[in-house]
Structure formats: C-alpha cells, structure tokens
Ligand binder design. Sequence first.
Ligand code: GLN
Length: 380
Amino acid sequence: CHPLYAAMPTTVFEHMSGLAREAGAINLGQGFPDDPPPAALAEAAARALRERSQQYPPMAGLPELRDAIAAFYRRRQGLDLTREHVIVTSGATEAVAAAILATIQPGDEVLVLAPAYDAYAPLVRRAGGVPVFVPLAPPAWALPLAALRAAITPRTRALIFNDPLNPTGTVASPAECAALANLCVEADLLAICDEVWEMVRFDAPAHRSLMAEPGMADRTIKIGSAGKIFGATGWKVGWIVADPALATVVGRAHQFLTFTTPPMLQWALAEGLADDAMMDRQVRAWAASRAVLNEGLAQAGFAVLPNVATWFSCVDLARSGIELDDMTFAERAVREAGVATIPLSALWEGPDAPRQIVRLCHCKPAAMLEEAVRRLADFH
Ligand code: GLN
C-alpha cells in the first residue's frame, strides 16, 4: 500500500463503525448518543437557518457565540475570559489540528499521555514534531509525573493533556492538575488541553481546567466541543480558548483549515450555552445510561473499570475470563456477537500498551444497552 498510509492510518472509529454497518451490529464503538439533541437546540438551529444569513460567518466565529462561550466558562469554571480568547472551529478535532499546526515547529517534541485520542500523534508528526508517549498505568490511570519529568528535553515544546480522559472515563485529581501545571511552568511548556468531556462528569466534582492553575493562563490552549456538551456529534462545532495573542495565532491556522463553521449551528449554540438546565439534563441522562451499562456488564460477569466521566466504560477482558487480546475480541465481537467496541490498544502507541481492555459507549437507550450486554454475555 502507499507509504503515506503509515503516517495517516485509518482511525479506529471509522474502522469499527464500518464493521458495525457491515455486520448490522449494535455500535458501542465510536462515541455518539442515539437520542436526538435537545429539541430547543434543534429548533434554534432551524430558526437560524430560516431567518439568518447563510454566508461565511467571521473567521473567528460569530461574536454572539464567542461571547456565549466566554460567559459559559466564566459561569461554570470561573475562568476570566472575553470573546477575544475564543476561536470557533469545525469540531474539536479541527481545534486540535489548528492548535498543533499553529504552535509546533519541525523538531519540537510533544509529550502525549497514553492512552490518547488517535488524532494527536499523526497531527504532531505532520507538523514536523515528535510525539513522545508517556503511559498511564491501569486500573487507576494515575498521572505519571516522574516519567513525564524524565521525558522532558530541551526540545520539548508542549504537552497534550486530555481531561476527562477518553477512553478510560477517568479524571485528573486537583493535586495532579496542580503538579502538572507546575511542571509546565518549570519546563516552559505549552499545554494543549483537550477538555471536550468537561461537562460529561458524573461522580466527580465540577471540571477545573488546567488553564485555571497558577502560571497557566497564557500557556494553555483549551479545547471544547459542542457535540459532547449537547450530544450532537455530527454538528462538528468546537472551539479553542487561549490568551488573545495565542488565540490569534491558532486562528491563523484555522483560517487555512476550514475558515469558518455553519452559521445556523453557531447561532443555536449561542443560545444553548446560556441554558444551564438544558446542559445539566443531558448529563443526568448519560449518568443513567452509564449505570445501565455498567450494572448490566457487571451482572453478566464482566470486569468494568471505574469510570466517572465521558460516554465510555472500559472492560478488562482478562479479568472477565476472556483470553482474547482486545483487537481480536473487538473484531470477533462485532461480527459474531453483533456488538462493536473499541480496542484500547488502538489508542496507544508503544510496546507497553495494555492488550486486554475494550471501550464501550454507554450513551444509548437502555433497551439497546441491555441487548448488547445479552449478546456479549452469550459470546463470552
Ligand atoms: N471522539 C469520538 C470517540 O472517541 C470519535 C470521534 C471520531 O470518530 N472522529 O469515539
């Protein structure tokens, strides 16, 4: 196959969703809810489609949405922000790309905690940078501070930090965030913070951004996602929040990636982000779906790892009495049991990847989750 394929592999999410479509399987692989997003949000988008301009919005985003994002973070996370801190992007993956392309120079090293969302490393490499993986250790996935410190060299430019963490559904503790911020300040690192799961937290205290730590305000690029907050993954509206000078630089990369984002979605989100009750209802629904999946799996004899955030639950296959490695399990479960999952090793580079953990998406109707558990139990 073409040598460039190795640098840009097919993402595991597309691979598993493709297999799920082929097999007609229940898709608990790629993360997305089955229920439609809030009706008031859809109505706001429809209204904006009828009544507002459908031409290019400003490159940095509609001022009304940038204001709404700044106000949302002031209210919910105590961050001191204005619209000048905000650039709206076409999804959080574009935000990650724009942040990396804007800041990483050829030869720069970038610390990446494993497991990691599979967009980070290929983008760092395409920017000419070198991803340096530092593994978290299951089952607690504690922050490996000593290893991070040891991985820093004079070429280390940035750290990519995903909190809450996909795929594990765990969150960093306040002490871990404080220590990580110290490390960034000491080593003069930029922090690219993928916080798309910030609102999807269950038994965890309210999200606190690394940006809120002392010394971090002007060295953090914080990334958010409307798809995750409202359960509308296909909308592909994300944003970056950073010190205005840094935000402007990221905007320069964004202008050559997508330039802008559909206006009706931006208008709708400007309304939605002012509606705390709407956002909190979503989280309660996902807390219930997490309970259905975790309890169902546990009753069927699966070892579910502790998770307090995101749409994901992880199962330890070895501790569930299954001897298959995660990739073999995922490929067989989708075809033979009709349930798609994500093998954790696909989100982990390096020899030390755990090969016995699969991720399942829980933000689905209870009946679908119960049927998926029945099928997996029979397969098991
Ligand atoms: N973030 C999603 C997940 O983890 C996948 C996004 C995508 O497929 N581009 O499932």
